[in-house]
Design a protein around this ligand. Structure first.
Ligand code: HEM
Length: 396
């Protein structure tokens, strides 16, 4: 929580992956407090409540495109990999909202971006093994990781240059994340396009993968808890009825759905940990941890400890009801303190719009043999991809 302890040196491994600049000195990886603080202050307006409220139209529109696709799948009675589609939809959302780009990943099977993000993230996992460079079997993977990062950065560069030209030509531009990235870079002493590209890549990835994973995990858990599903469906029916668009005011009324999403993050936090390098000695429960020690805290671990959560492996959204005691520094899926997730409210607004529309319109059933296993691809995601069958709900 304290700004005194910088992020651990581990974050330097995300600066470059396999020799290629990846997230560089972007908001997530910046270890210098003063530099980071300047960046964060500039970025904040793109995450203010009034600005986020204005995104409800885009959230509704993009999620509606997903619903249309799910309708077709339900009609054909074919199996669907929900995680894949959720991933593509959240990518379309972040591209539009943050960078005013129409990626159309949901409909374009050939789009290279989901694979590029997957491979870049895979690189983060693979570099944990110092021998990876010497393993012939990894050569192809390393090249694909490099190519993927090049593609993401090239896309970022083109997007930034397009926007710079619009600004020069006096064309009106939205106050989106890209505008804030440009403003932040303009304040740098050494004006450098690379740092803008760092932030493009940071938001392109951080703003998408995590939300898709949370949603896929939520679908999984609801599929195996019919009573919880019924209760959350009833809430959606009461608050939204058969309305097509979800309003900002509806989100606050979907209290039980919030609890379902929070409980999902307790058991399945897509970004489970954070780490700091101790600037001073600290004493924890009588144990001295010396200055210079890297300290990792992990919400996946604390979230599954009996000491903090009764029957921790049971999925129970009532743990987060208004009357229940709040977890005390034992639940932090968005991290805590000044370096916590800037996109937390954005992500949960988007997640609620997706879940509300999905629950309003569909019943879903996981395919037989679904394992519920978790895969670590830099973020945690469902290993089986949440493959299921859909049916249009009869009564809405
Ligand atoms: C369910 C969705 C999400 C989860 C679980 C999540 C989780 C987290 C966590 C745990 C951190 C701290 C990482 C660390 O300490 O290393 C973080 C930071 C960050 N997240 Fe998220 N995130 C989510 C969605 C988003 C979205 C939608 C955006 C952008 C639109 C975003 C942008 C960022 C950025 C830029 C940071 C770095 C903040 C800073 O250091 O100032 N995240 N997120």
């Amino acid at each position: 929580m304290s700004t005194k302890h910088p992020k651990d040196k581990f974050y330097e491994q995300i600066f470059k992956v396999f020799g290629v600049r990846f997230m560089g000195n972007g908001l997530l990886t910046d270890r210098n407090y003063d530099h980071w603080h300047k960046q964060r202050r500039i970025m904040d307006p793109a995450f203010s409540r009034p600005y986020l409220m204005g995104l409800m139209g885009t959230f509704n529109e993009k999620v509606e495109e997903l619903m249309e696709q799910l309708n077709e799948i339900a009609d054909k009675k074919t199996e669907v990999n929900m995680h894949t589609l959720l991933n593509r939809m959240t990518l379309d959302v972040i591209a539009k909202v943050a960078f005013d780009m129409d990626l159309n990943a949901l409909h374009d099977d050939q789009t290279p971006f989901p694979r590029a993000i997957l491979m870049a993230m895979k690189g983060l996992v693979e570099i944990r093994n110092p021998l990876v460079y010497f393993m012939p079997s990894k050569k192809k993977m390393i090249q694909e990781v490099r190519d993927s990062i090049h593609l993401l950065r090239k896309t970022g560069k083109e997007c930034i240059e397009r926007r710079q030209k619009m600004v020069q030509d006096g064309v009106e531009v939205p106050t989106d994340i890209l505008t804030q990235i440009l403003r932040g870079a303009a304040l740098e002493e050494d004006y450098d396009i690379e740092i803008m590209i760092d932030n493009f890549v940071t938001f392109f990835i951080a703003g998408q993968e995590t939300t898709a994973n949370q949603l896929a995990f939520a679908v999984q858990e609801l599929s195996r808890h019919p009573k919880i599903l019924q209760k959350v469906q009833a809430e959606v029916d009461e608050v939204i009825g058969s309305r097509r668009d979800i309003e900002y005011d509806d989100l606050g009324k979907l209290q039980y759905l919030s609890q379902v999403l929070k409980e999902t993050l307790r058991l399945y936090p897509p970004a489970p940990g954070t780490s700091r390098l101790l600037e001073d000695d600290i004493l924890v429960e009588g144990v001295l941890i010396p200055k210079g020690t890297p300290v990792v805290v992990n919400t996946y671990v604390t979230g599954r400890m009996e000491q903090f959560f009764h029957d921790p492996l049971i999925f129970d959204p009532d743990r987060f009801s208004r009357d229940s005691p709040k977890p005390y520094f034992t639940y932090f899926p968005f991290s805590l303190g000044p370096r916590s997730c800037i996109g937390q409210v954005f992500a949960q607004m988007e997640a609620k719009v997706v879940m509300a529309k999905l629950l309003q319109r569909f019943e879903f059933q996981l395919v037989e043999g679904h394992t519920f296993k978790i895969q670590d691809t830099g973020t945690l995601r469902p290993m089986d991809g949440t493959r299921c069958h859909l049916r249009v709900r009869e009564k809405q």
